[in-house]
Design a binder for this molecule. Structure first.
Ligand SMILES: *Cc1c(COP(=O)(O)O)cnc(C)c1O
Length: 377
């Protein structure tokens, strides 16, 4: 048995610190937007190599407020990808704008910059690339197009804490960067959480107002806002976990390196990170032809596997009104049918990847015999 994720193992590894932190916050009587949260914001901004961080209640809220802070609203279009969790699209719709999807690059699985220009219209206001699975989108061409065409860039870095592109951190290249601290993310709270990072003080100020009912001072509401504040407990917990994020990230990278080596002779495709990238492996994905069969075989063998994500956003019933059809984003659709995600988390012992790969080996190339046995059973 190898679970896809083991959140308890991480808690146990730092339990005394966490327990003391939770007890301290409860006795302090500060439960929302308190001093420990502010301390976390400062350190997380620093970690992302940005000047400002504003913590909010979820990654989805971070995206929503980043869009509003950048002035995106009704009648605007935002260019994004469908190869992502639905939250990216949902946040664009919350802002009143319309998501416009471009396909992903077949090598990196992130936004294909070559398709952006053709998607720009007079209504386009922003580009929202997603750093899928922990690998940053190709930011240089994206920024070049955005600057030339006067567009805002918002990075969805929900899966990419500490990822790098040519030495620059996720969240620090675009005008705003958005993170999620959902428990299963690389930096996870014990509950929900999110953050917006930026170098622009006016954007940070707007996010501060918007997350707390538009209040400049208590009961002085200068703009309509939201209740998107982060709990003090989550901020304090994240502040403890931030001490470990680099070693946890390196553990993920070692596991990925081992998977890479063990899988090198199998007919599997993987997203190929460019030389200059620091991939932080929120997800380790492999692509194979008989994916659904492999998924069943791996699950039978007790290996926790997943698909992130099986139905692209543009083909979800919830977003049918956007008017996309099967065939509109061929690379995204092909990947959604052919890839699966293997267990990867810092507490997974390196040698246990052998078991995963052994199971995958029989699944990737099932003999006719094995296949007919499965069919018959
Ligand atoms: C998790 C995630 C989000 C949303 O974050 P929540 O904290 O769950 O609201 C947005 N975008 C991507 C790519 C994600 O993986």
């Amino acid at each position: 048995m190898i679970p896809f994720l083991d959140l308890k193992a991480q808690y146990l590894s730092i339990r005394p610190e966490i327990d003391a932190t939770v007890a301290r916050v409860i006795s302090s009587g500060h439960f929302v937007l308190g001093p420990e949260l502010t301390a976390f914001e400062e350190r997380f901004a620093n970690y992302c190599k940005t000047t400002h961080c504003r913590a909010v209640n979820t990654g989805t809220s971070a995206l929503h407020l980043a869009l509003l802070a950048a002035g995106v609203g009704a009648g605007d279009e935002v260019i994004t990808v469908s190869m992502t969790f639905v939250a990216t699209t949902a946040a664009i719709l919350y802002s009143g704008a319309k998501p416009v999807f471009v396909d992903v690059d077949p090598v990196t699985w992130t936004m294909d910059p070559g398709l952006i220009e053709a998607a720009i219209t007079p209504r386009t206001k922003a580009i929202l690339p997603v750093h899928l699975h922990g690998l940053m989108a190709d930011m240089n061409p994206i920024m070049e197009i955005a600057r030339r065409r006067g567009l805002v860039v918002i990075e969805d870095a929900a899966q990419a804490h500490g990822a790098e592109y040519r030495g620059r951190r996720a969240g620090s290249i675009g005008d705003l960067g958005c993170f999620s601290f959902y428990p299963g993310k690389n930096l996870g709270a014990f509950g929900e959480g999110g953050a917006v990072v930026t170098d622009r003080p006016e954007f940070a100020r707007r996010v501060s107002l918007l997350r707390d009912w538009g209040q400049e001072a208590k009961y002085d509401h200068v703009i309509p806002g939201y209740n998107y504040r982060m709990d003090e407990i989550q901020g304090a917990i994240l502040n403890v976990k931030l001490d470990y994020i680099e070693s946890w990230t390196e553990a993920r990278r070692s596991l990925a390196e081992r998977y890479d080596a063990l899988l090198s002779d199998l007919p599997l495709a993987r997203p190929r990170p460019p030389e200059h990238a620091r991939h932080v492996y929120h997800v380790y994905a492999v692509r194979l032809e008989h994916r659904d069969e492999a998924l069943a075989l791996l699950r039978d063998a007790g290996i926790g596997v997943g698909i992130h994500y099986p139905v692209p956003v543009h083909l979800q019933r919830a977003y049918a009104e956007l008017g996309y059809r099967a065939g509109d984003l061929p690379v995204t659709e092909m990947l959604a049918k052919e890839f699966l995600s293997l267990p990867i988390y810092p507490e997974l012992p390196l040698e246990r990847t052998d078991e995963v790969v052994a199971a995958l080996r029989s699944a990737a190339a099932p003999s006719t015999n094995e296949r007919s046995i499965r069919k018959a059973s």
